[in-house]
Design a protein around this ligand. Structure first.
Ligand code: URA
Length: 190
């Protein structure tokens, strides 16, 4: 484990552990507030993220920002990372082997940040980080405890763009997140 963010990020930026390094424009390490109590974990960079080197800056990111704002959050109050740091070609799901190669970077981010709450955006991170048989449609919005960290999965904002009818149901997860933050977080004021 790297003990500082700067060492971790520098090492991660050199990563060539899987084929995705060959097609990336930029590696997307993460973004937001590293001292935050709440961490969001998506799937992997899309086109805009790959071009800009920042997480959730495309259309899905704009929707995420809207939902965060609606519960009093923004990127100064949370940290956002992804399961894989480099864009899978044509936005396909990252292969399990690619996730295996990448997950130690994420583990190290979690180790340095020590978030109180982790929100998995979508089934890819939910199944990998909460439980392998997570049923996102039935179990989104539920809290799971793992090694002292509270975790929840919610529907991926890109899925909500494809199926806007699910937005009200997904937004309940954000309200549950707001309540949980008020209950257990000490420095996140919302
Ligand atoms: N979708 C993700 O899962 N992550 C991003 O950073 C952008 C879109």
């Amino acid at each position: 484990m790297y003990e500082t963010w700067s060492e971790l990020e520098a090492a991660c930026r050199e990563c060539k552990k899987c084929e995705l390094c060959k097609t990336r424009t930029n590696l997307v390490f993460g973004g937001g507030n590293k001292d935050a109590e709440v961490m969001f974990i998506g799937e992997g960079p899309g086109e805009q993220e790959d071009l800009q080197g920042l997480p959730f800056v495309g259309r899905a990111g704009q929707l995420l920002d809207k939902m965060l704002l609606a519960i009093g959050l923004d990127r100064t109050k949370v940290y956002i990372a992804n399961m894989v740091k480099c864009r899978p070609p044509k936005n396909r799901d990252p292969f399990p082997e690619e996730q295996d190669m990448c997950i130690d970077w994420l583990r190290n981010q979690v180790y340095l940040m020590k978030p109180k709450i982790i929100v998995c955006l979508g089934r890819i991170s939910g199944m990998r980080l909460i439980k392998h048989d997570l049923k996102i449609t039935r179990e989104h919005g539920l809290w799971f405890e793992k090694n002292g960290t509270l975790m929840m999965a919610t529907l991926h904002p890109a899925a909500l763009l494809r199926n806007p009818a699910q937005k009200p149901e997904a937004f309940k997860d954000y309200l549950a997140l707001r309540d949980k933050i008020r209950e257990i977080c000490t420095s996140t004021k919302i």
